[in-house]
Write a protein that binds this ligand. Structure first.
Ligand SMILES: [Zn+2]
Length: 120
């Protein structure tokens, strides 16, 4: 991939990372606000649901953060934009839609078909 394109995706990924980290901070702050005991059991149940919801979001954020960091590592290593399975170049259009992708569209489709076949 040309250096200008790599820099484009590096900026894109870094911005995305900062955005998520900013939101993660916000989520943490929201969570520290709910430690006060609630006398009403209904409130407590709502609180538990909220907490589970927040934890699920944070789990998804964590996974996305590590994917973005891996993508940035690949940019440094010069392997960014190449399919990890077949080694062919991933189209810029696909990378723009999903900058953390590690597979070309053909391999990804095959992977998804296999997963469906396995009943996942
Ligand atoms: Zn491929």
């Amino acid at each position: 991939m040309e250096p200008e394109k790599l820099e484009y995706f590096r900026t894109l990924l870094q911005e995305r990372l900062e955005e998520i980290l900013g939101e993660a901070d916000k989520t943490r702050n929201d969570m520290t606000g709910v430690t006060a005991p609630f006398p009403d059991p209904t409130d407590r149940a709502t609180l538990e649901t909220d907490r589970n919801f927040v934890l699920r979001i944070r789990d998804r954020e964590r996974r996305l953060i590590s994917k973005i960091r891996e993508a940035l590592d690949r940019i440094d290593a010069g392997t960014y934009g190449y399919c990890e399975l077949c080694g062919s170049e991933i189209s810029v259009k696909r990378l723009k839609a999903r900058p953390v992708t590690t597979m070309c569209i053909a391999c990804k489709s095959r992977e998804e078909a296999l997963e469906r076949a396995r009943g996942q």
